[in-house]
Each structure stands twice: as structure tokens, then as C-alpha cells.
Write a protein that binds this ligand. Structure first.
Ligand code: CA2
Length: 150
């Protein structure tokens, strides 16, 4: 029987506004819809998910460090901090867990300031522009490549 892989799902600033603002960019489904969707998919994927969202860089770093103690993998959408935060890059490197970077949109197809991802090099994979499905794909990737069997 497969042990479930413990994965932290971490979302950064403004993603709590999903479905409430800018639906033309981020769609009509809410943050709560995202979490329900992932928790529903988790069982079949063989994952145990713990979901977090914060608008604060330091809080996101605390959560990444906590993942280092409690989890076996990380799925992170650092939102705008993707393009600015060496501190989040350092935290991901420090915990030494497989992490997947997820973006609802493809930032490289948007404004030029979104072209750089500081977190990319601390991640084993980047999933871009697949909406909610991207988070599911990230969890699946972690379970298939880093989940342990027993
Ligand atoms: O495409 C993504 O997932 C992003 O990480 C979203 C970030 C953006 O800064 C990145 O470049 C790409 C922005 C998240 C803002 O989320 C909102 C959701 C609904 C309404 C307003 C903002």
C-alpha cells in the first residue's frame, strides 16, 4: 500500500482574491474553490495536502520552514514575490524538499517585469499557465517522482 505524500500548498499575495477581482486574467473560481478542488483530487493522487495563503513575505518564509519539519514536498505559487524575493528562494533552498513552482497564468507572456523568476532555480519544476489544473499537475509530479512506496 502507498503511503500518502505530505505536501504543503503555499499561495502568495493577492491569491485570496481569486474569483473576486480580475476574472478576465484569473478566472471566476475563488481561492476556496481552488482548495476544495485540490483536496478532492488529493485522495486519488495519493497525497495529503496542507494548504496556506499569505500576503506577507515573512509569513510565507515561516510556512516554508514549517514545511521543512512537517512535509515531504512543496507546491508554491509565490505570486508577485516570484519576481522579487531572494528570501523565498533562500528558504526553499534551505529546507531541501522538492518544490514545484506553479503559476495560474504564464508570466513570460505578460508584462516584462514578470519574466524573471527568482524561485525557479530552487524548484524541481515550474508549471505555467494551466490554471487550477497546474496545481494538480504539480502534486502528481511530486508524488510520482518523490513519493515513497511501502
Ligand atoms: O499567474 C500566477 O499565478 C501569478 O503568480 C499571479 C500573481 C502574479 O504577480 C504573477 O506574476 C503570476 C498575481 C496574483 C494576484 O492574484 C489575484 C487574483 C485575483 C484577483 C487579483 C489578483
Amino acid at each position: 500500500m502507498m503511503n500518502k505524500m505530505k505536501i504543503y500548498i503555499i499561495n502568495g499575495p493577492n491569491l485570496n482574491l481569486l474569483g473576486l477581482r480580475e476574472p478576465e486574467i484569473y478566472g471566476h473560481r475563488t481561492y476556496e474553490d481552488l482548495i476544495s478542488y485540490l483536496l478532492k483530487e488529493a485522495e486519488a493522487l495519493g497525497a495529503e495536502l496542507m494548504c496556506f495563503q499569505s500576503n506577507h513575505e515573512g509569513k510565507l518564509i515561516d510556512i516554508i520552514q514549517e514545511a521543512g519539519e512537517n512535509a515531504e514536498g512543496i507546491v508554491i505559487n509565490p505570486a508577485a514575490y516570484t519576481h522579487t524575493s531572494i528570501a523565498i528562494y533562500d528558504a526553499l533552498k534551505a529546507v531541501n524538499l522538492p518544490a514545484v513552482e506553479v503559476h495560474l497564468t504564464d508570466p513570460s507572456k505578460r508584462e516584462p517585469f514578470r519574466k524573471v523568476s527568482y524561485v525557479k532555480d530552487a524548484c524541481v519544476l515550474s508549471v505555467l499557465g494551466r490554471g487550477f489544473q497546474g496545481y494538480k499537475d504539480a502534486v502528481k509530479y511530486l508524488v510520482e517522482n518523490y513519493g515513497c512506496q511501502s
